[in-house]
Design a protein around this ligand. Structure first.
Ligand code: AMP
Length: 324
């Protein structure tokens, strides 16, 4: 799920799902191990040791019973865990400090903690707290019992229009929440979307997200297939949260066909994105779905369908019952 650099590689290992999911909704613990408010402003050059632990929480590994590994990320594993005191089930993401330092990824990890710990929305993976010891950083996360959306998509090949539209509507609601908090995700892809117990989508992995009140950023990040043209320009151009609108278009295309629209060799993918040289959608895709993709995959960022209007697009309306 984590991609701390441009990569076309996708992991394929399957992880069996089992465990005490009946404990999932113990709200009491959410209150006890709450994420802390940001104590200090992030600095581009700060190292992990400068990230302040939440001062009022006494979190440590001994509070958790560690279960099976749920997956492996770039800097360590994610485990199913149970909070001893309450029985609350969560996911414990363990990051190895040496590996983070070796990859010079302190900035990403800081960002992941700072941004994610300030988000609270049903469509965003819950972040309950964090702590660290001399070697590792532990993130206490909501357990997403359904695993990665990427694996689900792989197993079925592509989604029906109805299912794709329902998923896209959920992602749009989460993005609307993020943008309302001046956060751009910037690395949305099926690997970074997890599924909750009831199949609901949860945006995860905020290593590339950024809190940007000005709505303008200037760094290159994310995964190539999903990057918008403005982030690929050789000249460094600032860009806005419309990057997430482009990526929503890429996601829609991928949900409908099983493939990303500009998928090719690395240099060709880049060229195709810059020219919006999209592989045509297959003929079995409805005109409304095509129109939806076309209104998001627009070279000029300001002309992309605003996130707020996504839910009113005929394709979404036709395929979703928003009150459910
Ligand atoms: P990451 O280190 O965030 O890339 O996560 C590595 C893998 O662990 C992911 O690909 C998921 O399969 C799994 N995983 C991560 N976080 C969770 C979670 N909160 N609930 C369930 N599985 C997770």
């Amino acid at each position: 799920m984590t991609s701390y650099g441009l990569s076309k590689t996708r992991t394929t290992a399957r992880i069996p799902l089992r465990g005490g999911v009946s404990q999932l909704h113990k709200q009491a613990v959410l209150n006890r191990i709450r994420p802390a408010p940001l104590a200090e402003k992030s600095s581009q050059t700060a190292t992990i040791s400068h990230v302040q632990s939440p001062p009022y929480t006494q979190l440590h590994l001994g509070l958790f019973e560690i279960g099976k590994a749920l997956g492996k990320g770039k800097f360590g594993r994610v485990y199913l865990a149970r909070h001893w005191g309450s029985g609350y089930i969560c996911a414990l993401k363990v990051l190895n400090k040496d590996e983070i330092a070796r990859e010079e990824a302190e900035k990403h990890v800081r960002r992941e903690i700072e941004v994610h710990s300030n988000l609270r929305h049903p469509g965003v993976l819950g972040f309950y707290g964090w702590f660290h010891d001399s070697r590792r950083i532990f993130l206490i996360l909501e357990y997403a019992a359904g695993g990665e959306l990427y694996r689900v998509l792989q197993s079925v090949g592509r989604f029906s229009e109805r299912r794709a539209a329902k998923y896209i509507a959920q992602v749009a609601l989460s993005l609307d929440y993020l943008h309302g908090k001046n956060v751009m995700h910037r690395d949305m892809k099926p690997e970074n979307i997890l599924l909750g117990l009831h199949g609901e989508l949860k945006l995860a992995d905020f290593g590339y997200s950024v809190h940007s009140p000005s709505n303008r950023r200037e760094t290159l990040c994310g995964t190539l297939d999903y990057l918008p043209p403005e982030m690929l320009q050789s000249r460094k151009e600032s860009y806005t949260r419309a990057v997430d609108q482009w990526t929503l278009g890429v996601l829609t295309y991928e949900f409908l066909t099983g493939k990303a629209p500009f998928e090719d060799s690395l240099p060709m993918t880049r060229t195709r994105i810059l020219k919006r040289d999209m592989k045509p959608l297959p003929s079995f895709i409805s005109p409304e779905a095509k129109d939806f993709v076309d209104t998001l995959l627009v070279l000029e960022p300001s002309k992309r369908l605003p996130i707020k209007d996504v839910l009113h697009h005929p394709w979404i309306v036709k395929n979703t019952i928003l009150s459910n």
